[in-house]
Design a protein around this ligand. Structure first.
Ligand SMILES: *[C@@H]1O[C@H](CO)[C@@H](O)[C@H](O)[C@H]1NC(C)=O
Ligand SMILES: *[C@@H]1O[C@H](CO)[C@@H](O)[C@H](O)[C@H]1NC(C)=O
Ligand SMILES: *[C@@H]1O[C@H](CO)[C@@H](O)[C@H](O)[C@H]1NC(C)=O
Ligand SMILES: *[C@@H]1O[C@H](CO)[C@@H](O)[C@H](O)[C@H]1NC(C)=O
Length: 462
C-alpha cells in the first residue's frame, strides 16, 4: 500500500494494542501435514521485501540478507524529496538513483529487483490532488518522454539483468491512480509494448492491484481481457494481499479462472509483491504467510507500513536499530534481528530438504509449513493474528520411515514477540522435548496460541 494513510493505520494498530488484537480473531480446528506428498524443494518464496533497503550501500550488514535467503526487493524512490518526474528533473534523478542503489544491493545478494515506475513518476500516494497522470487529456507525450528517460538510464546503468518492471502500482486505488480504468489500460498497453521494443526480453509484472483476483472485480476482468486482445501478457502476475482477509488458495484459484476464461496460460510466476498487514508482520503471522505462499508456489514480498526515510530502512520490519521510533536517523547503523527475522532465518537456514503438502485449519487462521530433511522433519506453525487452540495433525508417519504407532519425541522452539516490531530477538527459545504417544500412522498435537505473536517450530528425527 505504502502511502501516508498507511502510517496512520500502523499508528492505529499500535494504539489499539495487544489486548484488542488478542480479541480480534480466534483460531481452532486442525492443520494437517501430509508426510507422503512431496511438493518440491524450498526456495524461500516468501523472503522478499517491499522497499526497506537503505540507499547507502552496505548499511544493513550482509547476514541480515543472506541468512533469510533474500529473494526480491521492489522499489522506485518513493517519498524522497523532489516529487519524482512530475516534480522536476532533479526529483526524477533522486528517485532513479535510489532505485539504482536498491538494485545494486539486491543483486549483491542474488535477488531480483522489481522496479516501480509509478514512484519515479511521482504518484507515490503523497502527490498533490492536482498531480498529472500519464495520458491526461489524451496527451501521452510527457509519459513517453518519461519512459525514454527511464529506459535510457536503465541501459546506461546496466540495470537490466534480474529486473522486473512493475507497470503501475495499485491503479485500483485512487491514492496511486486517480483516473479512469480506461486510461490505465491504455497506459498498460503502451508501456508493455514500449518496453518490449526498447528493452527486448525485459521482464514485466502486473497488474499489482490492491484487490485480490475475483470474477466480480472489474479491474481484474477488464484487465485480463485487455491484455489478451492487446498481446501484453506480463512475465509475472502480481497482486497484493494487504487487507488482512482472503487467502492464497482461493485468490490463486480465482486468478486462474479469470485467465482461463480469456484463454491465457496459468503457468507464469505469481508474485504477491506486497503481503501482510502490520499486525501480521510478527512471528506467527509471518509463519502463516510462509505456509500460504509456499503452498501455492507464489513469491511474496513483505508489505511496508513505514513512511519517509524509514520506508527505505528496516527491511520491511525485519531488522531494528537504536532510535527506530523517536530520534530516528536514516543513515545510522547498529542493526539487530527482530523476532520476525528469526522466523525467516529458520525458514531459510533450517527448513531444508523437501517440502510436503500441508493444509490450514478450516477457519484458515492456523497454518503449518513443513519440510522433510535428511534425518529430521521440521514444521513452522503460526496463526493469522488470532488466538486459540488448534491442532497440528501429522499424517502418514510411515511415509518418512517411522513406525505406525509408538512415541514421537518432538522438539519445540518458540519465536516470541510483542507489538514492538523492532524489539531484538537473538534466537528462538528452546521449549524442550515432549514424547507424544500415537497410533494409526498419525499424530495430532495441540498448539496453544495464547497470544497473537508467537510462532512455533517443531522438529522430530526420522
Ligand atoms: C495495445 O494497447 C496500446 C494502448 O492502447 C496500443 O497503443 C497498442 O497499439 C496496442 N497493441 C496491440 C497489439 O493491440
Ligand atoms: C546519523 O548517523 C550517522 C551515521 O552513524 C552519523 O554520521 C550522523 O551524525 C547521525 N546524525 C545525527 C543527527 O545524529
Ligand atoms: C538451525 O541450524 C543451525 C545450523 O545448523 C543450528 O546451529 C541451529 O541450532 C538450528 N536452529 C534450530 C532452532 O534448530
Ligand atoms: C495416508 O493416510 C491416509 C489417511 O490415513 C490414507 O488414506 C492414505 O492411504 C495414506 N497414504 C499412504 C501413502 O500411506
Amino acid at each position: 500500500m505504502l502511502f501516508s494513510l498507511c502510517s496512520l493505520l500502523s499508528l492505529f494498530v499500535d494504539s489499539i494494542g495487544a489486548a484488542t488484537l488478542n480479541k480480534r480473531a480466534s483460531v481452532s480446528g486442525t492443520a494437517s501435514v501430509h508426510l507422503d506428498v512431496s511438493t518440491g524443494s524450498p526456495q524461500q518464496l516468501a523472503s522478499g521485501v517491499l522497499y526497506g533497503i537503505p540507499d547507502q550501500a552496505n548499511q544493513i550488514p550482509d547476514k541480515f540478507y543472506t541468512d533469510i535467503g533474500f529473494k526480491y526487493n521492489r522499489a522506485g524512490g518513493a517519498q524522497l524529496s523532489g516529487g519524482g518526474w512530475i516534480g522536476s528533473f532533479a526529483g526524477y534523478q533522486t528517485r532513479f538513483r535510489s532505485a539504482l542503489s536498491n538494485y545494486h544491493t539486491t543483486r549483491k545478494y542474488g535477488g531480483t529487483f522489481i522496479l516501480l515506475p509509478h514512484d519515479i513518476w511521482g504518484a507515490d500516494g503523497q502527490q498533490a490532488s492536482d498531480a498529472v497522470y500519464p495520458g491526461d487529456n489524451g496527451d501521452w507525450s510527457n509519459y513517453d518522454a518519461f519512459l525514454s528517460q527511464l529506459i535510457s538510464d536503465m541501459k546506461a546503468n546496466n540495470m537490466i539483468d534480474h529486473v522486473v518492471v512493475d507497470i503501475w502500482n495499485e491503479p485500483d486505488l485512487t491514492a496511486f491512480w486517480n483516473r479512469p480504468q480506461s486510461q490505465y489500460l491504455e497506459l498498460w498497453g503502451r508501456t508493455y509494448h514500449r518496453l518490449q521494443q526498447d528493452l527486448p526480453g525485459c521482464a514485466t509484472s502486473g497488474p499489482s492491484f490492491a484487490g485480490a483476483p475475483s470474477a466480480s472485480n472489474s479491474w481484474w476482468t477488464n484487465w485480463a481481457s485487455f491484455i489478451t486482445a492487446n498481446k501484453s501478457i506480463p512475465t509475472q502476475y502480481s497482486w497484493h494481499m494487504e487487507g488482512g482477509g482472503g487467502d492464497m488458495q482461493s485468490s490463486v484459484a480465482a486468478y486462474k479462472s479469470i485467465l482461463q476464461s480469456n484463454g491465457l496460460a496459468t503457468n507464469h510466476v505469481v508474485n504477491i509483491n506486497e503481503y501482510g498487514v502490520w499486525a501480521e508482520q510478527v512471528p506467527s503471522g509471518s509463519a502463516w504467510w510462509i505456509a500460504q505462499l509456499e503452498r501455492v508456489n507464489a513469491f511474496g514480498l513483505r508489505g511496508n507500513w513505514l513512511s519517509g526515510e524509514a520506508l527505505h530502512d528496516f527491511l520491511a520490519g525485519l531488522v531494528g536499530k537504536p532510535n527506530a521510533v523517536s530520534g530516528y536517523n536514516y543513515t545510522a547503523g547498529g542493526y539487530w534481528p527482530t523476532p520476525a527475522w528469526q522466523v525467516y532465518k529458520y525458514y531459510s537456514r533450517n527448513m531444508t530438504g523437501t517440502r510436503v503438502q500441508t493444509s490450514p485449519t478450516a477457519d484458515l487462521r492456523g497454518e503449518v509449513y513443513a519440510v522433510v530433511g535428511t534425518n529430521t522433519v521440521r514444521l513452522l506453525v503460526g496463526s493469522r493474528a488470532a488466538t486459540g487452540t488448534f491442532n497440528v495433525q501429522l499424517e502418514n508417519l510411515s511415509a518418512v520411515g517411522l513406525p505406525e504407532s509408538g512415541t514421537l519425541n518432538v522438539h519445540t522452539w518458540g519465536f516470541p514477540s510483542t507489538d514492538d516490531h523492532y524489539a531484538r530477538l537473538d534466537g528462538p527459545t528452546d521449549l524442550g522435548l515432549y514424547g507424544h504417544p500415537y497410533s494409526g500412522n498419525s499424530l495430532s498435537f495441540p498448539i496453544y496460541q495464547t497470544d497473537v505473536y508467537t510462532a512455533y517450530a517443531f522438529e522430530f528425527g526420522i
